[in-house]
Ligand binder design. Sequence first.
Ligand SMILES: [Zn+2]
Length: 87
Amino acid sequence: MIGGTYQNRVNTMTTPSEEQSCPVCGVTVINDVVQFANGSKGTRARLYARVCQYAKKPDCINQDQTLIGEVLQEDGFMEAPQINLGS
Ligand SMILES: [Zn+2]
C-alpha cells in the first residue's frame, strides 16, 4: 500500500502568476519568463529578437519596448526555437 490515499492536488488557480500567451508567436509568458514552444525558456528580449521583430503583427503581446528591455546580441544568435509563424 504505497501512496494509496495520498493525493497532491496541483491547483495554481490561487497563485497570482501573470500568464500571457502570444497568439502570433505561439509562446507563453509567465511572470516575464518566456516559455518557447520547444520547451526552452528565455526572456522577453530573446523572444523579441527571435520572433516578434519578424512577426510584426498587431496581435503580438511582446511589442512593449519597456517590457522587452535591452535585446542582447546573444539573444538573437542562439539556437532558434521551433516556432510556426504560419497563418
Ligand atoms: Zn509575439
